[in-house]
Design a protein around this ligand. Sequence first.
Ligand code: URA
Length: 236
Amino acid sequence: MTRRSLDRILQSQGFGTRSFCRQLIRQGEISIDGVVVDDERAEFETDGLSFSLFDETWVYREHVYIALNKPSGIECSRRPSHHPSVMTLLPDEFREREVQAIGRLDHDTTGLLLLTDDGAFNHRMSSPKHHVPKRYLATTAEPVSASLIDALRTGVQLHDEPEPLFAIECVQVSEHQLEIVLAQGKYHQVKRMLAAAGNHCAALQRISIGQLTLASLALAEGEWCYLEQSQLSLLQ
Ligand code: URA
């Protein structure tokens, strides 16, 4: 149970600097339980708090955990070099809260991307020790062959890796598509593994992380949603 003043609450939710949040409060922009609160020092219990601002209802969240169906042509970095940042697809409040992607997808990879402002959670999920399996749907330039599947399952040697990397699971979906599940998240790993096995990745989509599937979230490309505790537990 935590009680905080309204100006600090708004600031923690990404609505701007403390002085800007105070201004919003003094202007009567915030209401709680249908009553305008114009005292910036009024204190509220944050657990379960909801308030209205800018004609929207907001629920207090200590941290945000977000799933995005990433489109192609978007970089995961907050400071992108060649394409728009993933942050352009999210509300400004998330940028203020310093939300960051958990791991990266290439600019041309689509599908399930997680983001959070919980640094400890991000660190845990990104740690090589964590080994959350990630499932990808890869479209290949050349037809998928039994020897390709076999090579990906038994392991392919990438030039800068000390040991061969292998897929935990690899199944053919159609003549030019396969699903591949990886335990690690090395740089361009799927594309490099396909190239090392003699094919070429023409398109790549991440379709699940742990037991959390993109299909279960029903997000169109570019759409995002909050993840609740039951969904976060699917990532363990
Ligand atoms: N493997 C890749 O090659 N690219 C990605 O974006 C993710 C995994």
